[in-house]
Structure formats: structure tokens, C-alpha cells
Ligand binder design. Structure first.
Ligand code: BES
Ligand code: MN
Length: 457
């Protein structure tokens, strides 16, 4: 057993093709959580994962129904005295549209060059497979050196409406030393990355109503406030010219960055040029006085995620629409509270909406930001594992995206998460032609093998 490390790595290298086959299997399942038409596919993905857990020899494998999509659980508690690690994953994916922009079918996984293309390849079926295949490699070469529990949810991409309650109702089942959350990515393929902070989210739908029905814009233009324009005015007022957000008291609870952290973020190997390249935007934009790494990781932002009003078909139609709608969301940082932000949004609308329109605001997903402990044994074990595989020490970064479960696990289970996944910035997550870089995926499997062995007592 002296060299289980070599044996497990060897197993993983020999079984690359088999691992890829299994990756393709899960990518074939269109487990889109937001669309009720896919609920059978969601169930299929949950069953597929439960079968994987069983074939790995996990115990208590169970599919817990929720009011929407099921949670999959399994455990292996065979190593007395060793730490217990909770592995988190989500098996749901974002919708695939716009379909016509995909080069191959979103649920028809295809390898082109070094990448495999399919919805969920990076976010996060590929990450789940990294964990499963690392565990398989250890299981086949002497057994796991630690205890593990698995928690897969099917609702992450819709804001995890049932997860918090599930965790608080199953605290004993989920009790562990720390969690691993691979729902994230790397700065670049040469730069192994540990994520120590995530932004929160406050998501809203804002509707503005004007006339009782659509109007002829010639007969009535000049008599009523056009709701599309009223909405545009409201949106325009949400930022000042320096990119600051104008909701009242929005910045009151924003934790300031220390000089040390600013220096550290400045040393990350990503700069304006990187952001220009990966976004394809003609120029960058953001809050004055902060670098792009700070603006995306450590400062709150407000975005319009969608706009709808009036006539948008081919040709032209002279109309004043009766209503207009925007999906608006804020990414939050510590110590902002999504419910307080909701109130601030209402105050903003009360102050700025004109009396000639009526508005309705609906709060959708909401979650707080998190900052994780960087010194716990899990982070150390992963950091060493990444260094072994990539030959370079990992970067610690703040992530602009949100993984609400990290904060929920801190609050409800009192545990930290090692947030470390193997996605790349150009993986097109939530976009057409999502992909996973296969050489990085295989390296991820090796890193996770090292990670578990580094925790051996
Ligand atoms: N995997 C992402 C979060 C993420 C994005 C991590 C980019 C690292 C880099 C996750 O699946 C996701 O998209 N989360 C949503 C959360 C929301 C629906 C509550 C997000 O960030 O928009
Ligand atoms: Mn994800």
C-alpha cells in the first residue's frame, strides 16, 4: 500500500477513455432545471449519479425528493479516525438557448481538439466527474484514505430553492469536517486556482406599466409616458457616471478591501487585456477607482439581465407599449444582505419612479456572499495537490460568480468549503458552445487523487 499514490494515478491514466465515456453519458442527459419539460431528464440525471455512487461502493445511497428536483446522497465512512469530507455538486444545467449558435448539439457531446463540447461540460458535470473518477481511482487501488459524503442537488442554476431547508433538516446526515465544492474554475490552464470568496446575488424582475393597453404612437405619443422609456430612465439612474450604484445605502455594508488583499489581487496573472480578450467587448467598463479584478471579485455590481417591451419582431409597428419589463440583479459582497438590498431597491423606485407609470418589483433568487478560511486542512491539502500536478503554487482568488451553498454550509453546518474546480475562463458557461478542456479535466482528476491522499492520517 506504500504507493497507493502511484497506483491510483496509474489507474486514472489507464482509464482515460473509460472516464471520458462516462462523462459523455451524463452530458447526454438534458437536465435543465428551469424548464418543467425536462423534469424526467432531471430525474434521469439523479438516477445516473445514484448508480455511480452505488458502483463506487457508497452506502446509504438515496434520492431525496424535494418540492422540485431531487437531492442525491451517498456516503463512505469506513476509515475510523480520518476526516470526513462532504463533496458538493449540482447535476442541473442552464438552458441551452440560443440553439442556433451551437456548433454541435448541446446534449450531443462532441470532442473537438482538446475540448469536449456540451451544456454542463464545465458547469458542472465535468467537475462532478472529476470527483467521481478520483474516488474510483482510489477505490480500485486500495480504498479511500478518508471518509466522504456526497450531496448532489438539481436546482443550483435556479437558485437552490430547496437546498437550505434540506441542509438544516439533515444536519446529522451531513456532519463532516469540511466540504469540497468544485463548482468553480481556474484563472487559466497554467494557473491552478483556489477560490476563497464568492459574491452573493439579489435578483429581481421589475415591471413598469403605463396605459391600460398598447396605443397608437401617433395618436397618443405626447400624451402618456412610454413605459419602455420610463423603465430605461429608471435603469439609467441606477449608476452614476463613475459606475457607482445609486440605490440608497447600497454601499453601507460593503466591506473594504485591505491594502494587503488589494496587493495580492494585483499580483493575479489576469489583467485588463485578459478581460478584453475573453469578453470581446470594445473597451472595459466599471466602478472608478478599482482594478478589474477588484471590480469583478470584491465589489458589488448591478446588471440588467434581460429587457422586454413593445414590438420586437421583423419590420416596424408604431406603438406605445402598455408595459415594459427588466430582469435586474446585483452581485453582492460581504457584508451586504440580499433582503436589505431588496428594500434599497424599493426605496430607489419610490424616489425615482414618476407618477405617470406604475411599477411592480418581484424578488427572485437571493443569497449572501461568502469568504472562506484559507488555512484549514482541506485548503492546505488541495493547495499541495495542485502544486504537485501543475508544478506551480496555486493562486488564491475571489470569484465574481455565486455559489450560495458555501455560505449556507458555513451558517448551518459550521463548516468551510474548499472551492476548487477545473473550469477555464473560455469554457462558455451559461453560453452557447460550453466546453471542458480535457487535458485540464484529467489533471483535475489527478489533483483530487493527491488531495485525498494528502489528507490521509
Ligand atoms: N458554477 C457557477 C458559479 C460560478 C460561475 C463559479 C463562474 C465560478 C465561476 C454556478 O453554477 C452559477 O452559475 N451560479 C449562479 C447562481 C445563481 C443561480 C444563484 C450564478 O452565479 O449566476
Ligand atoms: Mn455551477
Amino acid at each position: 500500500m506504500a504507493d497507493q499514490r502511484e497506483a491510483a494515478l496509474e489507474y486514472a491514466r489507464k482509464n482515460k477513455e473509460k472516464f471520458l465515456k462516462s462523462f459523455k453519458e451524463i452530458l447526454l442527459i438534458p437536465s435543465v432545471s428551469t424548464d418543467p419539460a425536462h423534469s424526467a431528464d432531471i430525474r434521469h440525471a439523479a438516477d445516473w449519479l445514484a448508480a455511480q455512487l452505488r458502483s463506487l461502493g457508497m452506502q446509504k445511497v438515496q434520492i431525496f425528493p424535494t418540492t422540485k428536483h431531487p437531492i442525491v446522497y451517498g456516503e463512505f465512512l469506513g476509515v475510523a479516525g480520518a476526516p470526513t469530507i462532504l463533496i458538493y455538486g449540482h447535476y442541473d444545467v442552464q438552458p441551452a438557448d440560443p440553439l442556433n449558435q451551437w456548433k454541435s448539439g448541446p446534449f450531443d457531446p462532441v470532442v473537438r481538439g482538446e475540448d469536449i463540447f456540451a451544456r454542463g461540460a464545465s458547469d458542472m458535470k465535468g467537475q462532478n466527474l472529476v470527483m467521481l473518477k478520483a474516488v474510483e481511482s482510489l477505490g480500485k487501488t486500495g480504498g479511500l484514505p478518508v471518509n466522504i459524503k456526497w450531496l448532489f442537488e438539481g436546482e443550483e442554476e435556479i437558485g437552490s430553492p430547496n437546498l437550505e431547508a434540506f441542509i438544516s433538516e439533515h444536519k446529522d446526515l451531513l456532519a463532516c469536517d469540511f466540504a469540497v465544492n468544485p463548482d468553480s474554475g481556474m484563472i487559466g490552464k497554467e494557473y491552478p486556482t483556489l477560490t476563497y470568496a464568492l459574491r452573493g446575488l439579489a435578483y429581481f424582475e421589475l415591471r413598469v406599466y403605463g396605459p391600460a393597453h398598447d396605443l397608437h404612437s401617433g395618436i397618443y405619443g405626447g400624451a402618456v409616458h412610454n413605459p419602455a422609456i420610463a423603465l430605461a430612465e429608471l435603469i439609467a439612474g441606477m449608476h452614476d457616471l463613475k459606475g457607482h450604484i445609486k440605490l440608497p445605502n447600497f454601499y453601507d455594508k460593503v466591506r473594504k478591501l485591505s491594502k494587503a488583499e488589494r496587493d495580492e489581487l494585483a499580483r493575479l496573472p489576469i489583467d485588463d487585456k485578459h478581460f478584453l480578450e475573453v469578453t470581446g467587448a470594445p473597451a472595459l467598463y466599471g466602478e472608478a477607482g478599482f482594478s478589474v479584478n477588484e471590480r469583478t471579485g470584491a465589489r458589488p455590481t448591478l446588471d440588467v439581465n434581460g429587457l422586454l417591451s413593445g414590438f420586437t419582431g421583423d419590420g416596424s409597428k408604431t406603438v406605445i407599449p402598455a408595459w415594459a419589463m427588466a430582469k435586474i440583479s446585483m452581485r453582492l459582497v460581504p457584508d451586504q444582505d440580499p433582503e436589505e438590498v431588496h428594500k434599497q431597491f424599493i426605496h430607489y423606485l419610490e424616489e425615482h419612479a414618476t407618477k405617470d407609470v406604475r411599477w411592480e418589483l418581484t424578488a427572485m433568487a437571493g443569497s449572501a456572499a461568502s469568504i472562506s478560511d484559507r488555512d484549514n486542512i482541506g485548503v492546505q491539502a488541495m493547495s499541495k495537490a495542485l502544486e504537485t500536478v501543475w508544478g506551480t503554487r496555486p493562486y488564491f482568488r475571489r470569484e465574481g460568480g455565486s455559489i450560495p451553498v458555501v455560505k449556507d454550509m458555513q451558517n448551518l453546518l459550521g463548516i468551510e468549503s474548499v472551492v476548487c474546480g477545473f473550469g477555464l475562463p473560455d469554457d462558455n458557461v451559461h453560453a452557447p458552445n460550453e466546453k471542458m478542456h480535457l487535458p485540464t479535466w484529467y489533471k483535475g482528476i489527478e489533483a483530487v487523487i493527491h488531495f485525498f491522499l494528502n489528507l490521509k492520517v
